[in-house]
Design a binder for this molecule. Structure first.
Ligand SMILES: [Fe+2]
Length: 437
């Protein structure tokens, strides 16, 4: 790729993020933009100006060396200064001020993009800082999509339904024991926590070819999954009781026993063949114990997604190194729900594991930590401050994740109790002696 092609590509990626941000923030009234739809979330108008503020800090001031646009608002939009639940109390920019602010920042950024060499410093190499900011905006867009899902009221977002099932997908794939390369040192837009590449030995394991579906989850509920403490960890059971969990978030059962869900302002019957979404790590873990299985470790998930048995090489995606497409994965808010299991045969891995990328984030059993040799870049607050045992790693992206913000190495993390994110899970188990795919 020439430098000019790279600049064009970056401009396109930035523009795609902004188109989505505009869609999400123009779909509701200004009053709704300023409202708190859930204590878990910021008002949408905070996300909007925060997107612009991060872009200003990194691209206008740091990379571009330009004068600040609005230095006076840095503190208001620093995510570490104010918890989400308190942000409606702040003297935030109004919706029209926020729109004007992000526009003036973006105009300067496009000028910086034209004039900055895309090599020579770690921040500028291959346009890293621009890509980091595009990923940041898309991550906030996914968060804003979750706010839309929490919002009460009639539908404000619309999208075509996902493609139907076109392949029968079931059972498990066995991944043989051996080392593979986990993480990356060469992907120019990978974020700090995906680095560096390192060899990891993984014992033989079996992993489900598909995520757990709503139909399977309903069996778990029907078999007393939410009333049997033995299926839950101690922390999980305590949380289940305290929060009175009885089903995935947004579900309810009518008097005839039929399960319904609320999805972006619509109430509809739960679709049995779709991956379950809006379950916590604790619920995923209880389901796995009920099924006689377990959640995959993060290394198992990544080996299933990237390891090519023909060459032993780790690839960027399950299907190879080529970018995602509408045929390979349900990404980018193209649809407003996960697709049925079997809808993306073109996205399967060589061992026949489907829908690892897109549809639903998948909980793994692994706490979020730095890889051996981790160094934060460019700031510790992106991921290092979250390392430890409080968060579990999620992998693979959801229907609400843009392709710039997910790949086989991409790591997401959250608290084990969180359910408003677009997260489901798939099952794994140790392979038996001599078992082969
Ligand atoms: Fe942020």
């Amino acid at each position: 790729m020439t430098t000019e092609e790279l600049r064009t590509d970056i401009a396109m990626v930035l523009d795609r993020a902004r188109t989505r941000t505009s869609l999400l923030t123009e779909a509701v009234s200004d009053d709704e933009l300023c409202a708190q739809h859930s204590p878990l979330m910021s008002p949408l108008v905070w996300d909007l100006a925060h997107i612009g503020n991060q872009e200003e800090l990194w691209l206008v001031r740091d990379l571009g060396g330009r004068e600040p646009v609005r230095k006076d608002i840095d503190e208001l939009y620093d995510a570490f200064q104010h918890p989400r639940a308190s942000r409606t109390q702040l003297p935030l920019l109004s919706p029209s001020e926020a729109r004007g602010y992000v526009k003036s920042v973006r105009d300067k950024v496009l000028d910086v993009l034209d004039r900055t060499p895309l090599y020579g410093t770690p921040l500028s190499d291959h346009g890293f800082a621009f890509a980091m900011i595009a990923q940041h905006e898309q991550q906030h867009d996914e968060t804003m999509l979750a706010t839309h899902q929490l919002r009460r009221g009639s539908a404000a977002l619309h999208a075509a339904p996902p493609p139907p099932k076109s392949a029968a997908v079931g059972g498990e794939a066995v991944v043989p024991a051996g080392p593979f390369e986990m993480g990356t040192s060469s992907d120019p837009w990978a974020l700090d926590n995906e680095r560096p590449a390192h060899r990891v030995h993984v014992d033989a394991f079996a992993i489900a070819r598909a995520p757990v579906t709503n139909g399977e989850y309903i069996e778990f509920i029907g078999d007393g999954g939410y009333s049997r403490p033995a299926l839950w960890s101690e922390a999980g059971w305590a949380h289940r009781k305290a929060s009175d969990l009885t089903a995935p978030l947004f579900w309810r059962q009518d008097s005839a026993g039929v399960w319904w869900r609320r999805r972006f302002g619509l109430v509809e019957k739960v679709q049995f063949d779709e991956p379950v979404v809006h379950v916590s790590f604790h619920e995923a873990e209880a389901f796995a114990r009920w099924a006689g299985k377990r959640l995959p470790t993060e290394a198992e998930w990544e080996k299933a997604a990237r390891w090519d048995p023909a060459t032993g090489r780790s690839r960027r995606y399950p299907w190879g190194d080529e970018a995602p497409s509408a045929e390979r994965a349900n990404l980018g808010q193209r649809h407003l729900q996960p697709a049925a299991v079997g809808a993306y045969p073109a996205g399967a891995s060589p061992l026949g594991v489907h829908q690892l990328i897109g549809d639903v984030w998948e909980w793994t059993s692994t706490p979020f930590r730095g890889y051996p040799g981790f160094r934060y870049f460019p700031y510790a607050e992106y991921s290092e401050v979250f390392f430890g045992t409080d968060h579990r790693v999620l992998r693979g992206g959801s229907f609400g994740t843009d392709e710039v913000a997910v790949r086989g190495t991409f790591r997401n993390w959250d608290y084990p109790v969180r359910r408003q994110i677009f997260a489901g899970f798939r099952l794994a188990r140790d392979a038996e002696q001599g078992e082969n795919s």
